[in-house]
Design a protein. Structure first.
Length: 164
């Protein structure tokens, strides 16, 4: 049985930053939210009874409060965000997702608030579920990633013209 889709790309990026900046950044000093989004409708059949009904293209904001810019080189933070997005293999170019914008506000001589705004894209996929909350295509579904079935092996037969 497949697992429920429980983490958005924003949650994944936020958790990565929190883990990477620990212990200087605490969980109560980081916040994240989504703004201004567009649903890109799809309806693509993903197999196994599942569908991708849309992609959610949105602007995500991560706020780091009390960032100790004297203890942590701010370029490390910029490198972490960049490296994570590059390593993620998310289709940023295909969907024309803008590069992150960074805004820095001084709190004190030792700390700043850093706002990271980045465009992200989440798949909205459905799998069959008789008690699911989403009615689609004549059935009931729940939001979850469609399981990806990968063949362990493949058998091929080649026939040349004239072979019996």
């Amino acid at each position: 049985m497949s697992q429920y889709q429980t983490k958005t790309q924003l949650q994944q990026l936020t958790e990565f930053l929190l883990a990477s900046l620990s212990p200087v950044i605490k969980a109560n000093n980081i916040d994240a939210w989504q703004e201004r989004g567009t649903l890109i409708l799809s309806g693509e059949d993903k197999g196994a009874g599942g569908y991708e009904v849309a992609k959610w293209k949105h602007s995500a904001v991560i706020a780091l409060e009390k960032f100790p810019h004297r203890k942590v080189n701010p370029y490390n933070l910029l490198a972490m965000v960049s490296a994570y997005l590059l390593d993620s293999d998310w289709p940023r170019d295909i969907y024309d997702l803008a590069d992150p914008d960074i805004d820095i506000d001084m709190e004190s001589k030792d700390t700043t608030t850093v706002l990271i705004e980045v465009e992200l894209l989440d798949d909205i996929e459905l799998i069959p579920d008789d008690t699911g909350p989403v009615q689609f295509n004549g059935g009931r579904y729940r939001v979850s990633l469609v399981p990806l079935n990968i063949a362990d092996s493949i058998e091929t037969h080649v026939s040349m013209a004239g072979d019996a």
